[in-house]
Design a binder for this molecule. Sequence first.
Ligand SMILES: Cc1ncc(COP(=O)(O)O)c(C=O)c1O
Length: 440
Amino acid sequence: MTIQLPNHPIRPDVLAAHPTLWTNPSYRPGAINDAKLPVRPEQVEDAQRNWRRLAPLLETCFPELKASGGAIRSELVELQDLSAALGYDGQEFGRQFIKADSHLPVAGSIKARGGVYEVFTFAEQLATKEGLLKEGDDIRRLAESDARAFFSQYTIAVGSTGNLGLSVGIAARALGFKATVHMSSDAKAWKVERLTRLGVQVVQHQADYTTAVENARIVAENDPSIYFVDDEQSQQLFLGYSVAALELADQLRAREIPVDAEHPLFLYLPCGIGGAPGGVAFGAKMVFGDNVHCFFVEPVQSPCALVQLMSGSEDLVSVYDVGLTNKTEADGMAVARMSAFVATVMRNMLAGVFTVADDDLFRWLYLAHSVLGMRLEPSATAALAGPEFVVNHPEGKKFCAGLGIEKHLPKATHILWTTGGSFVPEEQFEGFLTQAAATT
Ligand SMILES: Cc1ncc(COP(=O)(O)O)c(C=O)c1O
């Protein structure tokens, strides 16, 4: 299939794989309250309650969560010297923070929020249905040996470019489930090795991510002992991610950083299939309403959300349909076709999408390491481009002027969501730095 993107000043950039910004003409205030959406804002609060109920079990399964009482949380880190290194020290750039999901415990990426949530809520439901967990029981019962033996009769399956597989595999094995991860050809060898060491069966497909997910789904459909974490459709994943916005709200409040009509908040969220950034954006819209503006960021060759939303198509379209290759070093974002579920939810809620080139990802990876000492993977650095696009790109300027917020930019807060990297092994990370040196 080939499709035509609508006529637009940025269309040539999209087709030529040049970094660009598309802002959403269907973006409208109050979109989160649309009754036709497949998810409701109250579900974010339900998910927060679920996380809290599961916390003692999480703390039992993962000793690294002791300090946080079982919460899987990340730091909010001010950019400081990185701000000048990125050219964001002018007053028009307001204040900038990194939301360091790259350093989330348990799985070392934003996928800890979705994957762990879905596996643990499934375990709780299954144990309740089968009478293993009764009303009033301590949730930590699910970490006892008879519960593990029970869970070992089931397999959790998932398709992944890497990090979701890590998160689901780690969570599943922690409870005693069997786990199968279907990896796309983009998956990095160290992620495969790490999963294999945990006793996860890894099926490597010589195909892209969409094909890996399709294969995983077919295998699961034919076997009732397999629970399939469906990255293309899962509301559980989406809601698990969404709670991050409540965490961010607490962190901003603790620093007395206002978010209101005169103090806009911008979120920059790396996007693969859209579940993680979509979930966070949905949660953020619930918390901050029309004062938050969420942008997805994608590789220039894999802008599946941009192509989907810009095309205005009700059917799913892929980056191949517009002649792009889906080739990128940012494995977490190497996705050719976005989730239909997320596309529906984001249609009127997403401010826009910008794209980044691989060479820039490596440049930022180097800067984040040398200035802040942060270990990021290429996908995770994509958000660093956000303030420049919003403040200086012609489409960003038009966007701010259209909302009447350009005069408030010096009082704005920008959140650059770094989504993975702390689990990258030393040798692999050295390779990233070498690659970065070669591109600068
Ligand atoms: C580091 C990183 N960032 C961002 C994403 C994008 O998440 P999603 O595919 O849910 O859009 C991924 C996905 O695996 C990832 O690994």
